[in-house]
Design a protein around this ligand. Structure first.
Ligand SMILES: C[S@@+](CC[C@H](N)C(=O)[O-])C[C@H]1O[C@@H](n2cnc3c(N)ncnc32)[C@H](O)[C@@H]1O
Length: 444
């Protein structure tokens, strides 16, 4: 049995990182959930300790496959599954030695202390010996091929889909994502907001392509950003800010956000055109509360419904929509730099299931769109089967649609259908967008 965390105010950041990683690697929980859960049990932890815990937990996920690759030849035998905590302690030590500017002695000592805290004093020689061996071998992560930091299936799929861009995609996925804000341009100009933040000591630049986006030089807690509580700014990647622009809502329109939680794009839709009726649905009831909080902070309202986009009969009142946003569940392969735990949690065989779900969502939503209306399909994926191939299939099976060529936009790569932003391109997450128009024909 792996020792589970208990409430204990003497936890240190490395121990909290260990407990978070046990939830991710041992139980398949997302790192965001795991960290929220574990950090909530240590309310007295200081800001810099929280930052250290996050840095270690994210870093071990980001370099998990490289660290394991380096560790394997140095192990006489693999760790037993009941000693997953020990293996993670060694990976945490390795990450500090190889990627953080932690003094060698401190990295080894802290790892041995963690072993004792896990009540496995029998293993302190093992942990100490493995880390000292890595120091003696002068191992360097940078010298290793980027592919090694991904599970094989992800690097193969990226190489197959993007042969001319694969190296830059794999490298971008190992970078830290910038913190990007969306400015409510009805309340403040972007330049005013940048200036106000500069006065607070927070430096940032206007995004070169997205007029509402500001990219911070260094991430900082939202509570420190002037205007956040008042809804003047929200945290949202620049690529995600394109959905509202593509929908191009007009006053009086009926708009559906069909996979809406946590509500980032719903909020933006309402800020760009307040005088619409927005129905925001999500099938996960607990996540619906997040939409409510987000809209409350920016003082906007929508009709929130818990519902499955694939079964509109359960939630749709029969009124057709002028605009539909289908921001479908996907592999999230475009946001690995933001969520490095995806490397550990996502499996090859998840993809065909996701493709089927996305297809079912498209099929179910299409009849809800008025003739002359627009549906925007989006994913934070870079895999072609979830993106352009999905839309190719859709138009092959529907006569009453045309796909906008998006010729005039400056962002992303033009694809046979839609546009693809690759991770890191113009400071953006990897995103795919297609804009589908419903023609005036009567058949669906
Ligand atoms: C990519 S996230 C949406 C992000 C959101 N649009 C935003 O900008 O904040 C996908 C969401 O779809 C929801 N979802 C997944 N399958 C669904 C379905 N069949 N019907 C409705 N919602 C679904 C998930 O619960 C998740 O909240």
């Amino acid at each position: 049995m792996i020792s589970q965390p208990a409430v204990n105010r003497t936890y240190n950041p490395r121990q909290l990182a260990l407990h978070s990683l046990l939830l991710v690697i041992g139980k398949g929980r997302s790192l965001d959930d795991a960290l929220a859960n574990i950090l909530a049990k240590s309310p007295d932890l200081e800001g810099r300790d929280i930052a250290l815990c996050r840095e270690i937990a994210n870093g071990v996920c980001r370099y998990y496959y490289v660290l394991k690759h380096l560790l394997k030849p140095r192990l006489r035998k693999a760790f037993k599954s009941k000693d997953l905590d020990l293996e993670i302690i060694v990976l945490i030590g390795m990450y500090q030695l190889l990627m953080m500017r932690v003094d060698d002695h401190a990295a080894v000592n802290e790892s041995v202390k963690l072993t004792l805290r896990q009540k496995k004093s029998w293993a302190k020689g093992l942990v100490n010996g493995l880390l000292r061996q890595l120091i003696r071998d002068e191992v360097s992560i940078e010298a290793l091929a980027t592919d090694i930091s991904y599970p094989d299936w992800i690097s193969h799929k990226i190489r197959a889909d993007w042969p001319d861009h694969s190296t830059e995609i794999l490298q971008a996925g190992n970078q830290r994502a910038p913190m990007t804000l969306r400015v409510d341009l009805n309340q403040i100009t972007r330049e005013q907001q940048i200036e106000r933040m500069r006065e607070q000591g927070i430096t940032a630049d206007a995004h070169p392509l997205i007029e509402s986006a500001i990219v911070l030089d260094k991430p900082c807690p939202v509570s420190k950003i002037e205007g956040f509580e008042l809804g003047l700014v929200s945290v949202q990647d620049a690529a995600a800010q394109l959905a509202a622009e593509l929908l191009d809502c007009k006053p009086g329109m009926q708009v559906l956000d069909a996979c809406a939680a946590p509500g980032g794009k719903s909020a933006h839709i309402l800020q760009t055109c307040e005088a619409v009726t927005l129905v925001a649905i999500d099938k996960d009831e607990s996540r619906l509360a997040l939409i409510e909080q987000n809209l409350h902070r920016i003082d906007q309202q929508a009709h929130l419904k818990c519902g499955n986009a694939i079964q509109p009969d359960d939630w749709h009142d029969g009124v057709l929509f002028d605009r539909i946003l289908a921001d479908v569940p996907c592999s999230a392969s475009g946001v690995i730099r933001r969520h490095p735990d995806i490397k550990l949690l996502r499996r090859d065989d998840d993809i065909p299931n996701l493709v089927l779900q996305q297809r079912a969502i498209l099929l179910a939503l299409w009849p809800l769109l008025k003739p002359g209306g627009v549906m925007v399909y989006s994913t934070c994926s870079i895999f072609k089967d979830e993106n352009e191939q999905q839309i190719a299939w859709f138009i092959d099976n529907h006569k009453n649609c045309t796909v906008n060529r998006l010729n005039s936009v400056q962002w992303g790569h033009k694809r046979p259908f839609g546009r693809q932003i690759l991770p890191g391109q113009e400071c953006m997450d990897g995103f795919y967008y297609a804009k589908i128009h419903k023609t005036m024909m009567k058949t669906d």
